[in-house]
Design a protein around this ligand. Structure first.
Ligand code: ADP
Ligand code: MG
Length: 691
């Protein structure tokens, strides 16, 4: 008897050699095998007689070879041309480039099943199937075999195993599978949602019965699909729900918000907050006042105004006598936060400090001491904040900006510097809500879904080198109006390996073209002081054209900059392009983003550029990104512990995901069930591959 966790090599028809091939495709156990579900299903219960075929119909036919031949063509392989008959009529079948087909397999009289769309061959004035799927029947097959007389599963070819063979392997696995496999889903959930049990689902997803709905099967929406997809989501969401419960089990730092503190928060505001900013602040304040540590993700598109919300939280922490730490992924961004903090928190006269790599040893030592004794109240920094020797006195609030640039571990390391401090992580990476829920399922989610008033939309254009002259003239116009410009290159220096324009070369060229304007170069290999000085000068308007690499990709905020020119835009991912574009359009002036590419582009690059030109909606772009790249590859998700699914698809199955999240929370909240859930989970946790 096989169990779900039996090694796949013990399935009849597999054996050690195939097992190792399957293993390389992540199929190691019987369960793995059974979760390789069919890519489609064919109705071979109801063969269409050849005499009643109609053009355009998707038909399964069962017939015998009448004649076969190879028609030579100029292209390689020729056309493999077969005439079939079932006694009622004849039909032509043509496989183009059919060199892989063996004429001897199609000897006259051989029985064959094929599936495809009926076409009309004008050349022959006959019905014809072009390149249909087919299977040759063995003489021993009879009408109730695996391959005919039923809805038949069609599998993706895997590890060299063809669909027909796969069908046999799966059938014998199901035959030999112990009847006592346990279902990880609680009965109550099964019955509430009308989900079939695990055993039934596995049987029927591979070998549907006549009463099953073929169309729903083919859309992956059969009850069996839905149940298995739900299960995948449910197990993941259970883990998240349990984590949430655990974090609620400790008591956190509890802040007060008196009238005086509320007044302080108001005094720092340089503008009227948007209603989204107000709503999000309220969510944060509710967390801060509550007995448990806050763990909240603040998501808001580039330029939506997350920083000020973070500073509001900082005020509450400091007024309560605690330290606040803000961690940013780049030195440039940390520096900018420091400058902003000085300006915005200025009226409150807090003691601030910035920790970064560049500072001198003695200075750093002094700084670290002041942090350790609590003298410095607001600490801003890069990864340097999580280094061992950074010790806090009373860390009550942790803010992580551009969270997607950090790993989960780094987040936890900073949190560990306090005693259950409140945590706010912020991201501008436009992750669709459904994806955010699974990516950051252990966090509560706040969304700023509104831009500050008075922004004019960014115009985005696609240009090639031939347009360069005209583009320089456009840039000149912006400069004359007093605006500033970013020009971004994919690499710092030219290299022999890749033929790309570089920031260093670009800087030389642009200095000549825009002589009379101040042009500066910024990249990651410069010394910290130089980077800082350049950024300050650009922010202050003393530099007009900033030639840069992607070091300015995230967070940088210079509202007077209105042109973003991206060289080799085809080299950047959508999320990255969107972030870069977000550096402009931050003030009231009309902004422009120019995507420069060579004239020849790959399909995917072309689609990315097209998406950028047609929308500035980060969430829409994230969805396009997901479609173009597949969920596993969304920027940075690999490192952030993005779960991978077997059957489920985050885009298509969003409804089941939110159902699973609700159910998981409900089950975890009913504390008496928790023990058995954890047990069930550990038995099946293998199912959920954490990145
Ligand atoms: P992000 O969410 O990308 O971090 P920032 O916090 O840097 O965005 O804000 C972008 C710009 O918008 C900044 O210049 C900021 O001062 C400005 N801003 C933010 N909120 C408002 C508001 N409510 N009204 C006007 N300007 C705002
Ligand atoms: Mg920001």
């Amino acid at each position: 008897m096989l169990r779900l966790d039996s090694d796949v090599q013990f399935v009849k028809g597999v054996g050690p050699r195939r097992a190792s091939l399957l293993g390389s495709r992540a199929i190691r156990t019987v369960e793995d095998l059974l979760l390789h579900v069919p890519k489609s299903y064919q109705d071979r219960a109801n063969f269409v007689p050849l005499s009643s075929l109609t053009v355009g119909q998707d038909a399964a036919v069962r017939a015998r070879v009448y004649r076969s031949r190879i028609l030579k063509t100029r292209t390689r392989g020729g056309i493999f041309d077969v005439i079939l008959t079932d006694g009622s009529s004849f039909v032509h079948v043509k496989w183009f480039h059919g060199a892989y087909l063996q004429p001897r397999d199609f000897s006259a009289g051989r029985e064959i099943v094929l599936f495809g769309r009926v076409d009309f061959d004008r050349y022959d004035s006959k019905f014809v199937f072009f390149n249909p799927e087919f299977e040759l029947l063995e003489e021993s097959d009879d009408a109730i075999s695996l391959d005919i007389g039923r809805y038949v599963p069609i599998y993706e070819e895997l590890a060299g195993i063809k669909s027909r063979q796969f069908r046999r392997i799966v059938a014998s696995a199901l035959d030999d599978l112990s009847p006592e496999i346990s279902d990880p889903l609680p009965d109550e959930i099964l019955s509430t949602h009308g989900f079939p049990d695990l055993r039934t689902s596995l049987n029927r997803i591979h070998f549907p019965e006549p009463q099953d709905d073929l169309e729903r099967l083919n859309q992956r929406r059969s009850p069996y699909h839905r149940r298995l997809i739900f299960e995948e989501f449910f197990l993941l969401e259970l883990i998240y729900a349990l984590r949430r419960v655990q974090s609620r089990a400790v008591s956190g730092v509890r802040f007060e918000t008196t009238d005086r503190i509320r007044q302080q928060v108001k005094t720092i505001l340089p503008f009227h907050p948007t209603s989204a900013q107000k709503r999000v602040l309220k969510e944060i304040v509710d967390d801060l006042k509550g007995p448990f540590p806050m763990i909240r993700l603040l998501q808001g598109d580039v330029g939506s105004g997350k920083t000020i919300v973070a500073f509001e939280a900082v005020v509450i922490a400091v007024e309560n006598g605690y330290q606040a730490a803000i961690m940013a992924p780049t030195e440039i961004l940390a520096e900018q936060h420091f400058i902003n903090a000085k300006r915005i928190l200025g009226p409150l006269a807090y003691r601030l400090g910035v920790v970064r790599r560049g500072i001198k040893k003695a200075e750093k030592q002094g700084l670290l001491e002041k942090i350790a004794c609590g003298e410095i109240q607001v600490v801003i920094g890069t990864h340097a904040l999580i280094e061992e020797h950074t010790v806090f006195n009373r860390l009550g609030l942790v803010i992580i900006d551009e969270q997607h640039r950090f790993g989960v571990m780094q987040r936890l390391q900073l949190i560990a510097k306090g005693e259950n401090p409140n945590t706010l992580v912020m991201t501008a990476t436009p992750i669709p809500r459904t994806l955010a829920m699974t990516l950051y399922g252990d966090l509560d989610l706040s969304v700023i879904d509104e831009m500050p008033p008075g922004r004019s939309a960014i115009r985005t254009i696609h240009a090639t080198d031939r347009d360069a002259e005209q583009i320089y003239r456009t840039i000149e116009t912006h400069l004359r109006e007093g605006r500033q410009v970013y020009v971004v290159y994919p690499v710092i220096e030219e290299s022999e390996k890749v033929d790309l324009k570089s920031a260093t070369e670009g800087f030389k060229k642009l200095s000549e073209i825009f002589n009379g304007w101040r042009v500066a170069l910024l990249h990651g290999r410069l010394k910290s002081e130089d980077k800082e000085a350049t950024m300050k000068a650009f922010a202050g308007g003393d530099i007009h054209v900033l030639v840069s690499t992607t070091v300015i990709e995230v967070g940088v905020d210079v509202p007077n900059a209105t042109v973003m020119l991206i060289e080799h835009a085809e080299r950047f991912g959508l999320a990255q392009l969107h972030q870069l574009r977000g550096r402009v359009g931050r003030g009231a002036h009309q902004s422009l983003c120019i995507l420069m590419t060579p004239s020849r582009l790959s399909d995917v690059a072309r689609q990315r550029i097209h998406a950028m030109v047609s929308t500035t909606d980060g969430f829409r772009l994230a969805e396009v990104d997901l479609q173009l790249r597949g969920p596993g590859e969304v920027a940075g998700t690999r490192q952030s512990g993005m779960p991978e699914f077997r059957i489920a698809n985050l885009l298509l199955d969003a409804d089941l995901l939110s159902l699973a999240q609700k159910e998981a929370q409900r089950w975890v909240d009913r504390s008496d069930e928790r023990e058995s859930l954890i047990e069930a989970l550990s038995a099946r946790a293998r199912l959920v591959t954490m990145g």
